[in-house]
Structures are given as structure tokens and as C-alpha cells.
Design a protein around this ligand. Structure first.
Ligand code: ASP
Length: 459
């Protein structure tokens, strides 16, 4: 049995839904179909989820919301009409939408959650109707009915482990199951959503629940690319990648699949296949537990900007018990999370996401560190980018760091920081934001465009 999830662009119009229908019905193993809300039809279009959020905010701000409500209903009507689905489904969606907006405004968070989730919910109902009209046995299933139980913060919910056992019962249903992504319910019956793009997470949870042989994630790209195509035209496509490699790449900017979606699939050992709804014949990218290393040391290069470093030095720091803990405690007191801590004997550099530091927080933080830790120096450096070179093959290859450093030096790029060894599958370079793109190009050229006879480590 396979679980197939289709993203917002794959379901943005009647034409896209017809493609999804053909894909789903071409393989009888595809049994559970997880759907997103209608996404963008073209670059400047607005996703239904964003329209719902705008609508909810208007209502909570006591503004007129008819404009938003009609836009939302128009999108569904257009799709339903083009699919030849009669008026009933639209009446149904209209009634439910108006019921939702008139409900629970006394609890704004839960009001917003239910409204956000309705984008997926309406679409799943509509798509199930379409499959039925085409003569396929298909039923819409609500996550609460199926037992997808969630807990935690609105907009960032987490699955309760008992859900997996409950979801397993879906195996026994006959016909196709059309399941809305992105949300589930608490034990009290309140709707909670995952973080944005969370239908990927629903798909992974269902794949684990029903113990699927494969989790197919249909989106709008042919494959995961080895580097951001905005930086390098037509980069190499990745055919197979391990969960660990994918995690490292998505940390630094690869956003093909939600990184939380990989956790359940990784733990249960279910491979994830990224595929393109618009080119179902393309091989896509398979995310697997282990792979044959056929591509050299590096499988992908990712980069992300918006980092800064907090540098603290103190003579004999290495002998001062609890120094690191006290420094991190200060960050915790300011609710600042950290990314990495490269360290020397008498130095610690804490890499942070810059958006967490306002000018006032920076000033306070430095004063507090000076007062509590008495360092020789403390400084914050801003506008850094991190570049991650990722590949399981690095463990077996000698000289990868040397090649990378040489490529950067030939492009006259100063390395502000290196983090190598903490992860067995990645090497991280900190560079100034201004040279990020150039650094990525230099590394891509070295590892993907230059013939090189590698040396394998004798392990
Ligand atoms: N529709 C939701 C979003 O736009 C979830 C998803 O598409 O996965 O974030």
C-alpha cells in the first residue's frame, strides 16, 4: 500500500486535479490520498490558506470579511464547475464556511485554527466527489474520525503517539481514502494545525500509521536538485538521498519537503519519493535510509543567510567549570535559540538566527554576558550565511575539506567559520552574506563540474 500526498500547486485548478486523478488511478497500490488546500495557479496568485488567514484576521479585527469569503468560495466554485460537479458541493462548502466564521470568536486561536484547516477539509470533500463522479470508489475521511490526534501549540501541533495505532484501521476500509492534510484534532475535539506546509507531515504520519511500503510526495519539481537552481542553472538532479542528508540540506534552505515530515518516515524506515505531478514520468528523488554511494563525496550544497555569531573569549575558559552552560542559560533567559557552537580552547562562538536579535536585545545581551561571565571580549558579528556541503560519501573520502577550502580561496572568499566533524555527513562554512552566492558557485563547480580522482579512506 502507498500513501500519496499532493501539494497545493498539484491541486490548484480543475486541470491539475485531473492530472492527480490519472496519477492516482494508474497504480492500484495508491490507497490513501492526502490533499493540500488549493495553492497558487501562477506566481502572483494567493493560496487558499492565505486567503483564509486574511479572512480570519479581518473577522477578529471586526472588519468586513465578505470580500475574502467570496474569493475563497469563488476558487472552489470555479474548480467544481470545471470538473462538472453540480452545485451541491459548493452549497456544502458555503454553509460550512459561514458556520465556521460565525463560531468561537471568543477563542481567537482556535477560531483561526479551524478556519485555516478548512482549506484542506473542503478540498478533500470536493476531490472525493470528483473521484466518485468518475466512477471510482473513494471516500473523504475526517482526521478526527480516523484518529489523527494532536497536541501542542496552535499552528505548530505535534502528533500524539497513540494516533498511529488508530490510523492503522484505515487499512481495512475499502476503496480510496481522500484525507485532508495539515490538521488533526485534540482529544477534546478542537482542530489544531501543523506548521505551514504541514500536509507533508500528515502524509508521513499516515504512511507510518498504515505501514505503507512507500510515501509518495507529489509536488511541482522534477527532483530535489543538488543546489539551488536560482544560483546554478540546470543543476544536477538527486536520484536517491538518505534521510540524514536531506535533513542537513533542508536545514540550510532546501524546502522541497517539510523537515518534520521526515521524522516519522525515517523512524519507521518508510522511503519517501518526491515526484512531479506535472511530469509523473520523471524519476523524482527517493529519500531512503541507506544508499549506495555512487556520486562522490558531496550530494548537495545548500546555503541560507540571516545568521550572526556571538563570539566570547576568556583566557583559561577551558578550565572554568560551567562557562558554556551559563552562557547558554543567558540565551535561554532571552528566549534565543542557537544553531551551532564552534569552540576553541578559550573561545566560544554561538551561531544564532539574526531575526531573534533586536538592537535592544543585543545591547542587553552583551551587558549581561560581561556582568555574569567576565569575558576578555564579547562581540556580535552580523550578516553571515551558512553553506552546508552534504554527503554520506564524505566519511569515506580524503581531502574533501581541502578541496572546498581551495575552491573558496581561489574565489577570494574568506571563511569566517568551519564546522566539520560534528555531523558525519556535512561540512559547514560561515561566510559573509555578500559572498554567499559566489561561494556556493565555487563549491558546486569544484564538486559537480570538475573531474576529480578521489582517494578513499582506509577505514
Ligand atoms: N495549506 C497549508 C499551507 O499552505 C498546508 C499545506 O499546503 O501543506 O501551509
Amino acid at each position: 500500500m502507498k500513501v500519496a500526498k499532493f501539494g497545493g500547486t498539484s491541486l490548484a485548478s480543475a486541470e491539475q486535479i485531473r492530472k492527480v486523478f490519472r496519477i492516482v488511478t494508474s497504480d492500484p497500490k495508491r490507497k490513501i490520498i492526502v490533499v493540500s488546500a488549493p495553492g497558487k495557479r501562477y506566481a502572483k496568485d494567493t493560496k487558499i490558506t492565505d486567503l483564509l488567514i486574511a479572512c480570519g484576521r479581518a473577522i477578529l479585527g471586526h472588519e468586513e470579511a465578505t470580500f475574502w469569503l467570496e474569493q475563497i468560495l469563488d476558487r472552489y466554485s470555479e474548480i467544481a464547475n470545471e470538473l462538472g460537479l453540480g452545485n451541491e458541493i459548493i452549497m456544502d462548502i458555503r454553509e460550512n464556511l459561514y458556520r465556521l466564521v460565525n463560531n468561537r470568536k471568543n477563542d481567537p486561536l482556535l477560531f483561526m485554527e479551524a478556519l485555516k484547516a478548512s482549506g484542506e477539509d473542503f478540498h478533500a470533500r470536493l476531490i472525493a466527489r470528483y473521484f466518485q463522479k468518475e466512477g471510482v470508489e473513494a471516500s473523504y475521511v475526517h482526521p478526527a474520525e480516523a484518529g489523527l490526534l494532536l497536541t501542542g501549540a496552535p499552528g505548530n501541533a505535534k502528533v500524539l503517539p497513540e494516533s498511529y495505532g488508530l490510523l492503522r484501521r484505515l487499512r481495512d476500509r475499502s476503496g480510496l481514502i481522500i484525507f485532508p492534510g495539515f490538521f488533526g484534532s485534540t482529544k477534546n475535539g478542537d482542530i489544531l494545525t501543523f506548521s505551514r506546509s504541514g500536509s507533508d507531515i500528515t502524509g508521513a504520519i499516515l504512511a507510518v500509521g498504515v505501514q505503507a511500503e512507500l510515501y509518495e510526495n507529489f509536488t511541482d519539481v522534477d527532483a530535489v536538485y543538488s543546489v539551488n537552481p536560482a544560483l546554478i542553472p540546470h543543476p544536477k538532479k538527486i536520484k536517491e538521498i538518505t534521510f540524514r542528508e536531506m535533513r542537513e540540506l533542508s536545514y540550510a534552505g532546501f524546502s522541497v519537503i517539510h523537515d518534520e515530515a521526515l521524522i516519522p518516515a525515517f523512524r519507521a524506515g518508510i522511503p519517501v519519493h518526491i515526484r512531479n505531478t506535472n511530469h509523473p514520468e520523471a524519476p523524482g528523488t527517493k529519500i531512503v535510509k541507506t544508499r549506495q554511494n555512487t556520486n562522490g563525496p558531496v550530494i548537495g550544497i545548500a546555503s541560507d543567510s540571516g545568521f550572526c555569531s556571538l563570539f566570547v573569549s576568556k583566557y583559561l575558559m577551558n578550565r572554568e567549570l560551567g562557562f558554556g552552560r551559563r552562557l547558554l542559560q543567558i540565551l535561554e533567559d532571552y528566549q534565543i535559540s542557537f544553531e551551532h557552537i564552534p569552540s576553541g580552547i578559550d573561545e566560544l562562538t554561538v551561531i544564532l538566527r539574526e531575526h531573534q536579535l533586536t538592537e535592544a536585545v543585543k545591547k542587553d545581551l552583551i551587558e549581561r554576558i560581561e556582568k555574569d561571565l567576565h569575558p576578555d571580549s564579547v562581540a556580535i558579528e552580523q550578516h553571515l550565511s551558512l553553506i552546508m556541503m552534504v554527503g554520506e560519501g564524505m566519511r569515506q573520502t580524503v581531502g574533501t575539506a581541502a578541496r572546498a577550502a581551495k575552491a573558496l580561496s581561489l574565489s577570494n572568499i574568506n571563511i569566517e567559520m568551519i564546522n566539520q566533524g560534528s555531523s558525519e555527513v556535512s561540512m559547514m562554512f560561515g561566510v559573509k552574506e555578500a559572498v554567499e552566492a559566489e561561494a556556493v558557485r565555487a563549491l558546486y563547480h569544484e564538486f559537480f563540474e570538475t573531474a576529480h580522482v578521489g582517494t578513499t579512506k582506509n577505514l
